[in-house]
Design a binder for this molecule. Structure first.
Ligand code: MBD
Ligand code: FE
Length: 308
């Protein structure tokens, strides 16, 4: 027989008190959320008969997760960040806000304030020359009618050949493989960079520890992240995931979507002034009209900012 008490009036009143319902300070919104977290946690403890050992292991896990700065990684790996996209897609469909390039998750590795360039830029610091394949990444930003958007901001970031990101990988130079490009008169952005490798969770970290217990890997396909914005248009957070990658449709973070697969073409014709093999990746983005000015901005998610 399983004893259950979380539904009783006494316990509910107790958690309401713990969530601050009986005082008039603080945040009514947070009180409501915390009361729900407490109630749902108690119900889960009862329903799954969580042992004390399991409970305290979970508390310790959260300490270790935060200590390693991996909370954003875990929510991506458990599909919750992708769920937020699916929920927003459903809200958009209901509101008739459709069309344009699909959104997909930002992930936990953006850094604000990357160097700003007009039209074109080189993104890599040359430190992987001879190891990396040079990649020319270019395309147009288009409005809902397919007309080019001049003056749009393309804020892009990606990993190096080892699948790691500058700032989080302190061995890389500041803002390596991170740039903001303002589109030219034809709505074009052009970047010379390197072909990225896929990301893998730290095998020693708490996220991978959880994934191991779920029988899952922690790998992402090679990809490039984008924030695209333009006055009067809806902010777009998306990624290009690279065709041919083993993990393209087996992404631990569930970011790959139809319409977001990039075909890298490899060439060896000297046409770009690069000796030997290089890559081309062409990708256009189409924005929606912003329903209001808030929609022009990215979310208020707390993000890293490189200190000079
Ligand atoms: C990444 O590079 C990434 O894009 C996501 C979503 C999670 C972890 C690493
Ligand atoms: Fe990434």
């Amino acid at each position: 027989m399983t004893v259950k008490i979380s539904h009783t009036a006494d316990i509910q009143k107790f958690f309401e008190q713990a969530a601050g319902f009986t005082n008039d300070q603080g945040s009514p919104r947070l009180k409501r959320i915390i009361q729900r977290v407490l109630h749902d946690s108690a119900k889960l403890i009862e329903d799954l008969q969580i042992s004390e050992d399991e409970f305290w292991q979970a508390v310790d896990y959260l300490n270790r997760l935060g200590g390693r700065g991996e909370a954003g990684l875990l929510v991506a790996g458990l599909g919750l960040e992708h769920f937020l996209d699916l929920l927003q897609d459903a809200k958009d469909a209901e509101a008739g806000l459709t069309g344009g390039t699909p959104r997909t998750i930002e992930g936990p590795l953006y850094v604000a304030g990357a160097p700003l360039a007009e039209g074109q830029v080189r993104m890599d610091d040359g430190s992987e020359e001879g190891v990396a394949t040079v990649m020319f990444l270019e395309g147009q930003v288009l409005d809902p009618n397919g007309q080019p958007l001049a003056g749009a901001t393309v804020d892009l970031w990606h990993a190096n050949t080892r699948g790691t990101y500058s700032f989080f990988d302190q061995s890389q130079s500041e803002y390596n493989l991170r740039r903001r490009i303002v589109t030219d008169a034809e709505g074009r952005y052009r970047a010379r960079s390197i072909v990225p490798s896929g990301y893998g969770c730290d095998p020693q970290g708490p996220t991978q520890e959880c994934l191991d217990l779920l029988g899952r890997h922690g790998q992402r396909p090679a990809h490039v992240h984008f924030f695209i914005s333009a006055p009067g248009h809806r902010h777009l957070t998306t990624q290009i995931n690279l065709a041919g990658d083993k993990y393209l449709w087996d992404d631990f973070a569930y970011a790959t979507r139809d319409g977001l697969v990039g075909e890298v073409e490899f060439r060896e014709d000297g046409a770009r002034g690069v000796a030997g093999r290089y890559a081309e990746l062409k990708f256009d983005f189409q924005l929606q009209k912003a329903p209001d000015s808030d929609a022009e901005q990215r979310s208020g998610r707390p993000r890293a900012l490189q200190q000079a």
